[in-house]
Design a protein around this ligand. Structure first.
Ligand SMILES: [Zn+2]
Ligand SMILES: [Zn+2]
Length: 303
């Protein structure tokens, strides 16, 4: 079952050196989720062969332009391409006010149902849940209201050992109960333990997206133990003062947070235009947290 992240943008503020503003696509069991939508996201989706019409949910962290200026263009193209399936959008209320104004002034009525879910940036907590996954918002510490997002798979049912099940002649109507951990009792009253008949499923995976933010201990507790953490790393630590005054993090701080939260892997992005080469940022993060990778355009990460 797929849980895969594709990076579409790694730049902070402006597009530069072939880097694009923030956007990522998460494929969670064949459901496509877009996280942030900086300018040029449509072109990046096409470049990396992600089918935009398959996106069902969009999550916008905050209203700095490098995180959402591609959104109206994408919504508009989906309309022109004849989309009819509903699209869920998560962000702060002001985002919908901006979109509604643009739609109204262009006299556009979208052909599909755009369902907006207002996220209260100061609250955190579950904002989406179904049988397969849960999404929580995380309170970020930025110049303007900003939320991170935590995506968690739900546990899957146990895997049946079909050969053993056949040997015991267990009827098909019991399969679902065995998948959910029940023992089997045959007509003579003999109990066959569940672990004779099934094995545990793989552990549910999780991915956290944290951008933009200062280093904040409260974020570490929110993302404790996730498999993959994306954390912004706008600067190297010689620029610590600038990072602090602009409410951003350094690569070292991103790594310190990953270490504290004991995550499986750290991805860093949202790089300042002052870095043509990204090696110094990666080196700095790896000194603290070796399992770090650059979240740059076109890279795909299995969660
Ligand atoms: Zn930003
Ligand atoms: Zn920002």
């Amino acid at each position: 079952m797929k849980f895969e992240l594709t990076i579409l943008g790694s730049s902070s503020a402006t597009p530069i050196y072939n880097r694009h503003p923030t956007a990522q696509v998460l494929n969670l069991r064949e459901r496509l989720l877009l996280i942030d939508c900086g300018e040029g996201t449509q072109m990046q989706l096409a470049r990396y062969r992600v089918r935009a019409h398959r996106i069902s949910h969009i999550f916008i962290s905050h209203l700095h332009g490098d995180h959402y200026l591609g959104l109206m263009g994408l919504l508009s193209s989906l309309h022109l391409q004849g989309r009819t399936s509903e699209l869920h959008l998560y962000g702060q209320q002001d985002l919908m006010d901006i979109l509604e104004m643009q739609l109204r002034l262009s006299n556009t009525t979208l052909r599909y149902n755009l369902i907006f879910h207002a996220v209260r940036h100061y609250l955190g907590g579950v904002i989406f849940e179904d049988d397969h996954m849960q999404v929580k918002s995380i309170v970020m510490n930025h110049r303007i209201p900003c939320t991170g997002f935590l995506f968690r798979e739900k546990p899957r049912p146990r895997k049946l050992l079909i050969n053993r099940i056949r040997q015991h002649g267990i009827p098909i109507e019991y399969f679902n109960r065995i998948k959910h951990g029940e023992d089997y009792t045959d007509e003579n009253g003999n109990v066959i333990a569940n672990d004779e008949l099934s094995v545990p499923p793989p552990a549910p995976k999780s991915y956290a997206f944290c951008s933009d933010t200062l280093y904040d201990d409260s974020v570490a507790s929110e993302v404790q133990g996730v498999d993959v953490l994306y954390h912004e790393a706008t600067f190297t630590s010689d620029m610590q003062e600038r990072a602090t005054t602009t409410y951003h993090s350094t690569a070292r701080q991103a790594a310190q947070l990953a270490k504290k939260a004991q995550v499986g892997k750290l991805l860093i992005g949202h790089f300042s235009a002052r870095y043509r080469e990204l090696a110094p940022l990666l080196r700095e993060a790896r000194e603290v947290f070796p399992e770090t990778e650059l979240a740059i355009e076109g890279r795909r990460f299995g969660i």
